[in-house]
Design a protein around this ligand. Structure first.
Ligand SMILES: *Cc1c(COP(=O)(O)O)cnc(C)c1O
Length: 225
């Protein structure tokens, strides 16, 4: 996909999203589209910025920093950009992540919560946080086990952090719907409003199950490098 391709990709994904919202009886624009720009060439990202989109997701702190941050980063050239971290966060990158991101979707362990709380005290601010739940209990995947989600949510709240919701990545090749439903039911029990779920292949189903944030990469930008 070239630059015009990714502008068309954005239009196509937005059309799919509006249709999914309508089908679910939800107001147009009520689901946030996180355009996952990881590993995408800069021209494609610029084309999507030029088309007016302002919410982006990255999965690596270092890559996000070099693309968006600094004097010649994309953020200095486009006003109003919001960045969300959707990939795993190492504790030693927490400081850099807090400086860069408006939301972190991958809070998945007590030690990271404690580090974020300490840094939030220091900074006087903290990104919006989502607890990642490993709904498929996959050993290679980040996220807290479903039965441990309530414990981590309680800790994050005790620490006074701005917890907004939950995030999940269903197992490859499985029907994602039961995973979306499980995430939603935990969020409802915990009184959490944000649900980050749904990617290129399954975001319509996620919207039907109550997603408030969908994270879409390849359907929007084209295949990654
Ligand atoms: C890469 C990634 C996405 C986007 O995946 P696509 O299938 O390209 O839409 C969404 N969420 C996370 C956590 C990712 O790492």
């Amino acid at each position: 996909m070239d630059e015009t391709g990714s502008a068309r990709g954005l239009a196509a994904v937005l059309a799919r999203l509006r249709a999914a919202e309508a089908a679910a009886g939800r107001p147009p624009g009520s689901v946030a589209l996180v355009a996952v720009s990881k590993e995408q060439p800069c021209e494609r990202v610029r084309a999507v910025l030029e088309a007016g989109h302002r919410l982006f997701g990255e999965n690596r702190v270092q890559e996000a920093r070099s693309r968006w941050d600094g004097a010649d980063g994309l953020r200095s050239r486009y006003a109003g950009v919001a960045l969300h971290l959707v990939g795993p966060l190492q504790t030693n990158k927490a400081r850099a992540a807090m400086a860069l991101f408006d939301a972190i979707h991958s809070l998945d362990r007590p030690r990271l919560a404690e580090t974020l709380a300490r840094l939030a005290d220091e900074r006087g601010s903290c990104p919006d946080l989502l607890v990642q739940v490993n709904t498929g209990r996959e050993p290679q995947k980040a996220g807290v086990a479903p039965e441990d989600a309530a414990g981590l949510v309680a800790l994050v709240r005790r620490l006074g952090l701005p917890l907004r919701g939950l995030m999940a990545i269903p197992p490859d090749g499985a029907d994602p719907r039961p995973h979306f439903r499980l995430l939603r039911s935990i969020a409802e029990t915990e009184g959490l409003p944000w649900l980050s779920m749904g990617m290129s292949g399954d975001f319509e189903a996620a919207v039907a199950e109550g997603a408030t944030h969908v994270r879409v990469g390849s359907a929007l930008f084209g295949a990654r490098r």
